[in-house]
Design a protein around this ligand. Structure first.
Ligand SMILES: Nc1ncnc2c1ncn2[C@@H]1O[C@H](COP(=O)(O)OP(=O)(O)OP(=O)(O)O)[C@@H](O)[C@H]1O
Length: 543
């Protein structure tokens, strides 16, 4: 029993399991007692055994019931704990780490793997009960005839060995089956988020359908192949059982002097034990699947922990956010890790950003503007150089907290997370009007009535959220790109200067040449280098 539990969950075991195991043992004894009582009743006076029979049924069923209820709670708690710890790990890991984790795998872990291990309760109950019943029944058999016991143990031993070997082979198919689901989940994302593109072109749809159905086909094949491996083994087990029964009934009487009553007893016990063995063996595929899912969850957690990023574990000495901010990059460099011969790198970059100033970062596509933005906002840790905040080196986490950002690939949550919206109701209404989205949506208890808006309106809503976050540094990554000319003008001539006036440190990545004069500083990226640095002076005189 211990080994079977250990096989399913090699890591930490719940102490409650000991109590549950004892109850299961009681239930298993009850199960074995049934056959002992029946056998005695058949051979002696049945009337004298009725109360024992009822007691055995009670012990078996009641023990089983209590154990099932307890284990259902425990196994679902395991699911809850695994989900919670995975979510905690994900939410506490740096962006840089999560960017490197296979998103499909995260989904399969949180969904499929945790569900698979929730089947633990049912399986554990039957494994423990059947094991005990089997053990006690075998011991009982030993008291009747030791040769009969040895023959039975040999047959069951062979069947178990076949199952063990098969489960290892099936495990390979099921591991493949589990891993193909990572890809399948990615296809589901493509199907949902890329449906616009797919629905327009028949050829595109057909190609995509081919790929997604191929992953479904592999899923089907590996699952069926794994399960079918057991079908043959199951048949071999059945064949062995019937051979033994045949041997005992037809051949043993020719070799030994045996009472017909003994043969009947043996047959009764053997068939009963065979039932326990069968359900025990049938639990093995479930255990193998649970084990794969358990291992994948563990691996994913370890993967998140082990991804090497240059994170600095630093105690930040600056506590309250100062009124005036000076953010400086000192010889900052960063290089992407990928298979390319010359992976893209930026730096060394030296620059600074201050409160009450607007800085524009410009440059061609792929010049490294967004990468620089991710370093500035603390999402990436520089591989070289360092960043200081008011002259003090700070951690990336601290840096991120000082920012609110609207990235070009921003995500709109349907709720205002991390904002005390109750206290800012008036402000919220004011911004909704200012950004001209007050007729499009309402905000109730921090929840937006809709996020189904036009691209420009979605960006305005993202801007509203960053206004509400009210951080000292604001970063816009090509924010105005999707705005109409009127609103673009409003953004550069009204919104940005207003933020500057409020003492915010404003950083905007932009391609809008017409508005370059609105910045106090202009940084230009070229092939990962900061090429042109016009410091001071442009200001808002062109307004
Ligand atoms: N996660 C990543 N892993 C590896 N390489 C990346 C990654 N993100 C970006 N790159 C590479 O870094 C280079 C710079 O990308 P970046 O997004 O910083 O450019 P950009 O100046 O913001 O471009 P654009 O104006 O098109 O938004 C690109 O050539 C890209 O191949």
């Amino acid at each position: 029993m211990y080994l079977l539990l250990d096989l399913a969950f090699p890591a930490k075991r719940n102490s409650k399991l000991i109590a549950i195991t004892l109850l299961s043992v009681l239930s298993g004894f009850g199960g074995a007692f049934i056959i002992v009582v029946l056998n005695q009743a058949v051979q002696h006076d049945p009337a004298g055994w009725v109360e024992y029979f009822l007691f055995a049924i009670f012990a078996s069923l009641y023990g089983g019931r209590v154990v099932r209820i307890k284990l259902t709670e425990i196994s679902n708690r395991i699911v809850l704990e695994k989900r919670t710890s995975l979510i905690e790990k994900l939410l506490n890991a740096s962006y840089e780490k999560i960017e490197k984790v296979d998103k499909g795998n995260i989904r399969v872990c949180l969904n499929h793997d945790t569900e698979t291990i929730s089947r633990f309760a049912g399986e554990a109950v039957s494994i423990i009960r059947n094991s005990v019943t089997l053990l006690v029944s075998l011991l009982y058999l030993a008291t009747l005839n030791i040769t009969a016991l040895l023959v039975s143990v040999a047959v069951f031993g062979i069947a178990i060995a076949f199952y063990y070997i098969t489960s290892r082979r099936a495990g390979k198919d099921w591991t493949k089956n589990r891993d193909i689901q990572n890809l399948f989940y990615k296809y589901i994302d493509d199907l949902i988020y890329g449906y616009k593109e797919l629905s327009m072109k028949k050829a595109k749809r057909a190609d995509f359908q081919n790929d997604i159905l191929q992953s479904c086909q592999i899923n089907f094949e590996t699952r069926v192949r794994g399960e079918n491996r057991f079908t043959n083994v199951f048949l071999i087990g059945e064949l062995l059982t019937f051979s033994i029964i045949g041997m005992v009934i037809f051949i043993f009487p020719l070799l030994f002097v045996l009472e017909p009553a003994f043969l009947l007893s043996y047959l009764l016990i053997f068939l009963y034990i065979n039932g326990q063995i069968s359900s025990l063996l049938n639990s093995i595929p479930q255990v193998v699947m649970m084990r794969i899912s358990w291992a994948r969850i563990k691996e994913t957690i370890e993967q998140i922990e082990n991804i090497k990023v240059n994170e600095q574990e630093r105690e930040d000495e600056i506590e309250a956010v100062p009124a005036s901010i000076r953010l400086q990059l000192h010889d900052v460099g960063y290089e992407y890790e990928n298979e390319e011969d010359t992976p893209f790198s930026i730096g060394p970059v030296n620059c600074e950003f201050r409160s009450g100033e607007i800085t524009f970062i410009t440059g061609g596509n792929g010049s490294g503007k967004s990468t620089l933005a991710k370093i500035i906002t603390g999402l990436y840790t520089p591989h070289q150089g360092y960043v200081t905040f008011n002259g003090m080196p700070v951690s990336q986490k601290y840096l991120s907290e000082q920012f609110t950002a609207v990235f070009s690939d921003f995500y709109l949550f349907e709720k205002l997370y991390g904002v005390s919206y109750q206290e800012k109701k008036q402000q919220l209404d004011q911004y909704l009007k200012l950004l001209q989205i007050d007729t499009k949506l309402t905000v109730d208890h921090g929840k937006f009535s809709t996020v189904a808006l036009s691209t420009g309106q979605r960006k305005r809503l993202a801007l509203l959220i960053s206004y509400m976050e009210d951080a000292p540094i604001i970063l816009f990554d090509e924010w105005a790109a999707d705005q109409d000319p009127e609103f673009r003008k409003f953004f550069y001539y009204e919104l940005l200067p207003e933020l500057r006036q409020r003492g915010k440190c404003v950083i905007a990545i932009t391609h809008d040449e017409h508005y370059f004069h609105m910045a106090d500083h202009h940084l230009k990226m070229e092939f990962g280098q900061l090429k042109l640095q016009v410091l001071e002076g442009v200001g808002a005189e062109g307004h």
